[in-house]
Write a protein that binds this ligand. Structure first.
Ligand SMILES: C[S@@+](CC[C@H](N)C(=O)[O-])C[C@H]1O[C@@H](n2cnc3c(N)ncnc32)[C@H](O)[C@@H]1O
Length: 273
């Protein structure tokens, strides 16, 4: 059984109350996940437990001092396995599903949450990586830490239960997820696509793959260059291009699949013949 430990260095441990709900709560109760919250104010040296100070060179706002954060990191117990120390900053590499997958294989992740105007530059040296949640600025690293804990935890085997596969979610194979429907079959005149009630699993899978391609090409063209297309996508993409001019504009990006599909078909013919 895989087990993962998160340590969060924060000035506001109370904010992490949401980790005591739903799937993350279950994962902790099941012994798949543990989260330790460390208030680095406890490691401040001064009488008033100051953790921030004015910036050298002048300017507005307060900057986190290095001493308490260094002391808190140095006080962590010896790592039991692979430990990664992550600094949360809008200047870091943007957090993506691929990173969540990579980190779900670690034994421990330490998340350093900044606050106020940011942190003293020397704190960066403590981190193995600097990560941002996106191109916007939060008041503190806490919401980012919670998002990361959530995204990584649901990839730990057993956390989502037997019946749900995180591999079918948006971004896990570079595509947005296909449209999903549940009962009723008809709602305010809008019917569920017939194919989904046909019981024909191969056709349902190919419909879903085509719709996932459609969604991704129309909504997130920035993802197209990194898509892992397979030869069977060629025909779906050609159909989509006939249906939609916006998608047709991307035709170049899947033309390399044509000879692969042709070769595959002729080898199938040779095997059958
Ligand atoms: C107000 S921000 C400081 C921003 C800093 N002055 C800058 O321009 O890079 C305070 C803290 O919130 C966290 N934070 C803000 N935006 C973030 C983002 N997009 N991703 C991750 N953490 C973020 C960081 O820990 C940061 O130190």
């Amino acid at each position: 059984m895989r087990f993962m430990h998160f340590t969060v260095l924060t000035l506001f441990p109370e904010m992490f109350i949401s980790l005591q709900e739903s799937i993350l709560k279950r994962a902790q109760n099941a012994g798949l996940l543990s989260v330790q919250l460390v208030n680095f104010r406890d490691y401040a040296l001064s009488k008033h437990k100051n953790v921030d100070d004015v910036p050298y060179g002048g300017g507005v706002g307060m900057v986190l001092k290095p001493e308490p954060i260094y002391a808190a990191v140095r006080a962590l117990p010896e790592p039991v396995g692979v430990r990664k120390v992550i600094l949360l900053t809008p200047q870091g590499r943007v957090f993506r599903q691929s990173l969540a997958e990579e980190w779900s294989k670690c034994d421990e992740i330490v998340l350093l949450c900044g606050h106020y105007e940011g942190f003293d530059e020397r704190i960066r040296e403590l981190a193995d990586e600097e990560v941002s949640l996106g191109d916007f600025v939060l008041t503190g690293g806490e919401p980012a830490a919670m998002v990361i804990i959530d995204a990584v935890t649901r990839l730990i085997p057993g956390v989502l239960g037997e019946s749900t596969s995180p591999l079918e979610d948006s971004h896990s194979d570079g595509l947005l997820e296909y449209p999903q429907y549940t009962r009723p079959m008809e709602f305010e005149g809008k019917r569920v696509p017939e194919i989904l009630i046909s019981g024909h699993h191969a056709q349902i899978n190919s419909w879903r793959r085509k719709e996932a391609l459609r969604r991704t090409f129309l909504r997130r063209p920035d993802l197209i260059q990194d898509l892992k297309l397979v030869s069977s996508d060629y025909l779906s993409l050609e159909e989509l291009a006939e249906e939609n001019l916006e998608i047709a504009a991307w035709r170049e990006t899947w033309q390399h699949l044509r000879p692969i599909l042709k070769r595959w078909r002729s080898s199938r013919r040779n095997m059958d013949g």
